[in-house]
Write a protein that binds this ligand. Structure first.
Ligand code: BES
Ligand code: MN
Ligand code: ZN
Length: 514
């Protein structure tokens, strides 16, 4: 989908030739004497339309308006949340076959956050899954012009929103694909495809290499499946080669049956979404490719299936992680932390400035926070704040959870350094405590996205979260390297690219990697 940002008032909007004109009307609307302003004023006066989020009025062949279809959408106070709600309500209009070109015009002054929210929500609303449902009517929307009073004020946010939306879309698509269409090997192909973009390289390891690295916990989970594991390593180099990278680790369980500690049948299909952490890493790299910020990022994806089999890991088995710590596997369904602990150990070899893992880790997190906020665990207050702020800015919020040492008590084992589960209480916290044992003193955060990465029920599908949170966090870090706790070589690092998603010529020398 192509976006354009244009200076536009209602008079100009009326002469825009498009298949669908969407007018975003905030409270306190005051228009002029031009045809569209008169229509809005009349509709408001007759109470046929209210400027509240969720309220809309569809019009057809309005005199003096070039577009055949016009949709008035209330956006309340014009805040990002209201805009999101309003544009979601226009989903049917945006997906109507034959609607190729749409114009979205803010009838009054719009904030950068409101414009970003509009861009993101249009992409989200127009998405139709077709990979294994080819007859589904895919949206025909190709070109969206966003009209605002002062484009220069919102241009940077506009470019970021497009990149985030595209990244979230990629994460959604891979999240949605069924496990037999999104195997570890196929995820690796998706990662390799990202390496065609400038600044991105990809390396994929198979079972033999992972064995050589002594990742006993990851190998043990993968052992029950016919599908071979993959350890995917993406690298984005946007800053000097000496700058310590941020490492992102995404849980890539392409299907989680629970293994020998098998899950009950109802809703087990949803465990195809157990690679949404991995998908979010792919999405972040898609956005980095477009924005080219001055930062170095490594993305790691341990990908495998968790299956019951004659060769599967059994409850009580003890495995040795890459770190050398032994783990008693009391429950084979707590597999996410087993693959993550080895990927985190591998990530530590990159001497990261910060390491963040993203995982659909615990049902307990769904109980704690539901689908509204992701669970955020962080060893470092500065890192926690930066991630929380990024989540608010992106409309992809998280909530900080505790990491008191007392929570680790239940992970003690008589037969290994650690057990992989504690009791039922605070299940998302004890899972985080387990991971913390593998990251040493490096600033680390863990995002439990079990509740936010997908929706169940009639609207079943991946959400693309937390791509927005992560990209906003990385951009903020690129813009303020002095605040980052790592040594930094480039003093003026910031998002180089504003409105155009092309690669700037000023990019510093970069040699190719593996
Ligand atoms: N992938 C699941 C977590 C999950 C479950 C996410 C349901 C969303 C909905 C994870 O691998 C898992 O099975 N976790 C167990 C841990 C338990 C055995 C300590 C869980 O949450 O039940
Ligand atoms: Mn599990
Ligand atoms: Zn799982």
């Amino acid at each position: 989908m192509n976006f354009d940002l244009k200076s536009m008032d209602l008079r100009a909007a009326a002469s825009e030739k498009c298949d669908q004109l969407v007018l975003l009307v905030a409270e306190g609307f005051s228009g002029g004497a031009d045809p569209l302003a008169v229509i809005v004023q009349d509709a408001l006066r007759h109470k046929d339309f209210e400027p509240k989020p969720g309220k809309s009025l569809a019009l057809y062949q309005c005199p003096g308006v070039a577009a055949r279809r016009v949709l008035l959408l209330g956006i309340g106070a014009g805040d990002a949340r209201s805009v999101r709600q309003a544009v979601l309500g226009a989903q049917t209009a945006l997906r109507t076959p034959g609607v190729r070109r749409a114009v979205l015009c803010f009838a009054a002054e719009a904030s950068a956050q409101a414009v970003s929210a509009a861009v993101h929500t249009v992409v989200h609303a127009a998405y139709v899954y077709t990979h294994t449902k080819p007859k589904a009517q895919a949206a025909t929307l190709q070109r969206v012009v966003v009209g605002v009073a002062r484009p220069a004020d919102v241009a940077e946010g506009f470019a970021v929103a497009q990149a985030v939306a595209q990244g979230a879309q990629l994460a959604r698509e891979w999240g949605n694909r069924p496990a037999n269409h999104a195997t570890p090997r196929l995820l690796a192909d998706a990662a390799r495809a990202l390496a065609k973009h400038p600044g991105i390289d990809c390396k994929v390891l198979g079972p033999a290499e992972v064995e050589r690295l002594k990742m006993g916990a990851f190998l043990a989970v993968a052992r029950g499946s016919e599908e071979p594991l993959r350890l995917i390593e993406l690298r984005y180099t946007g800053a000097g080669r000496k700058q310590a990278p941020v490492v992102l680790v995404g849980k890539g369980i392409t299907f989680d049956t629970g293994g020998i500690s098998i899950k009950p049948a109802p809703e087990m299909d949803e465990m195809k979404f157990d690679m949404c952490g991995a998908a979010s890493v792919l999405g972040v790299f898609r956005a980095l490719a477009q924005l080219q910020p001055e930062i170095n990022v490594v993305g790691l994806i341990p990908a495998c299936e968790n299956m019951p089999d004659g060769r599967s890991l059994k409850p009580g088995d003890v495995v040795t992680s890459m770190s050398g710590q032994t783990i008693e596997v009391l429950n084979t369904d707590a597999e996410g932390r087993l693959v993550l602990c080895d990927a985190l150990g591998y990530g530590m070899r990159h001497k990261p400035a910060a390491i963040v893992d993203i995982a659909t880790l615990t049902g307990a997190c769904v109980i704690a926070l539901g689908g509204v906020r992701s669970g955020l665990f962080a060893s470092d207050d500065g890192l926690a704040k930066a991630l929380l702020d990024a989540g608010e800015e992106a409309g992809d919020p998280a909530w900080r959870m505790p990491l008191d040492e007392e929570y680790a008590e239940g992970l003690k084992s008589n037969f290994a350094d650690l057990a992989n589960v504690a009791g039922r209480p605070a299940g998302s916290v004890t899972a985080a405590k387990f991971l913390q044992a593998f990251v040493g003193d490096v600033p680390w955060a863990h995002l439990d996205i079990a509740g936010t990465a997908w929706k169940g029920g009639a609207a079943k599908g991946a959400t693309g979260r937390p791509v927005g949170l992560l990209v906003h966090w990385l951009l903020a870090r690129a813009a303020a390297p002095a605040a980052a706790p790592a040594p930094v070589t480039s003093p003026k690092a910031r998002t180089r690219n504003k409105a155009t998603p092309t690669r700037p010529a000023a990019r510093t020398a970069k040699t190719s990697r593996e």
